[in-house]
Design a protein around this ligand. Sequence first.
Ligand SMILES: Cc1cc2nc3c(=O)[nH]c(=O)nc-3n(C[C@H](O)[C@H](O)[C@H](O)COP(=O)(O)OP(=O)(O)OC[C@H]3O[C@@H](n4cnc5c(N)ncnc54)[C@H](O)[C@@H]3O)c2cc1C
Length: 392
Amino acid sequence: MRTDYDLIILGGGCAGLSLAMRLAALGPRCPRTLIIEARPAYGNDRTWCFWGEPAAPLRHLVEQRWHALTIHTDGGQVRVDCSAMPYQRISAGAFYAEALTLIGRTAAITLRLGEALASNPRKAGGSWHMETRQGPVRAARVVDTRATATPRSGAATLWQSFYGHEIACSEDLFDPACVALMDFRHAAPQRIEFTYVLPLSARHALVEVTQFGPQPLGPSQLRAALERAIAGRTGGAACRVLRSEHGILPMGLHEQGAAADPTYVHAGIMQGAARPATGYAFQRIQRWAARCAERLGEGGLPLGHALDAALLRALDALFLSLLRARPDIAPALFLRLFEAVDSACLTRFLSDQGSLADCARIVAALPAGPFLRQLPVALVERAGRRRAASAS
Ligand SMILES: Cc1cc2nc3c(=O)[nH]c(=O)nc-3n(C[C@H](O)[C@H](O)[C@H](O)COP(=O)(O)OP(=O)(O)OC[C@H]3O[C@@H](n4cnc5c(N)ncnc54)[C@H](O)[C@@H]3O)c2cc1C
């Protein structure tokens, strides 16, 4: 068995497999790569949705596209036409199957499932050495996509916690043409909580309850709200739960693993993959994987996630600071955003493709008062985080 590699990828989830697929596409330039993944097998454990076309290698995996979405609040609702950048879905099951096929065809890449490190990687003689259950391995470069930190209060401005069931019902209950992106109706004002309904057909949908809050929440803390949300949408109709999914995504991470050694980089959801203001990460991971693979194919060092432009970071930080301070106004802010901003501009902004003019339109559409009052608080918070980061 080979023990010496050009690259070891720790964690074969979305980020690790996306990078591996890009490396496989390099052909003879593909570095000798080992992926170490803890799970023994892949299941259809999540649904990835995003705006706009995915990169060409994944386009055939898109199972559905929606051209309309709605936002509901107790004070009003809006239906948005997002034909300019349709909302699209790839199931994790299809993604993992594609990755396994491509990796299986690539002699240079080895995937070890059900594997874990017995000790932390250590550098000696220009290589990273690791002890696995199947013996020692080493590589010149490492991309670590394991979620090294557990979600905890204080580590991000907000946590996006969600829990959902994919349900099949006995009657037509859903509008297959339209995603209910955020339904805040009947939510308590002291927390930001909404229901998300992804209609897979008229009788089949993924219904999720999401909370943005300072504390990360597990399924047990969201179960009652999810049951209420499903009962509200299905009435008395008979429904079967086909599968469930739960996630906790950082919104405005306060710390990211610094690259102390450029031959060892961190990537993935807890390392800057998620857009702070939305938690969406799939498309950002794909863009990172393409850049990182290209660099590795040229014999260069691996790349971590690029920082967002300074203006976008500042806008996202102010938005999150305001949401955390004023959860009561969140539904009205989201409604205003989707009502007042042209949908093409908004979806570009949400999917990291907004121009300066898009940012300006979004700022102009939002009520200035709450943001101006929050600005000094957000600046103090930012300075505090910078001080803490430089002290650590
Ligand atoms: C249920 C769910 C739904 C989501 N939906 C969307 C969406 O619709 N749109 C969007 O843009 N984003 C979405 N996200 C956010 C993001 O796209 C995903 O979290 C994505 O999977 C992040 O990729 P990752 O590689 O960082 O983490 P993961 O995909 O979780 O991969 C990390 C991998 O590391 C492995 N691992 C962990 N510890 C070890 C260890 N010690 N040794 C070896 N391996 C280890 C894990 O088993 C896992 O396979 C969703 C997240 C979840 C959880």
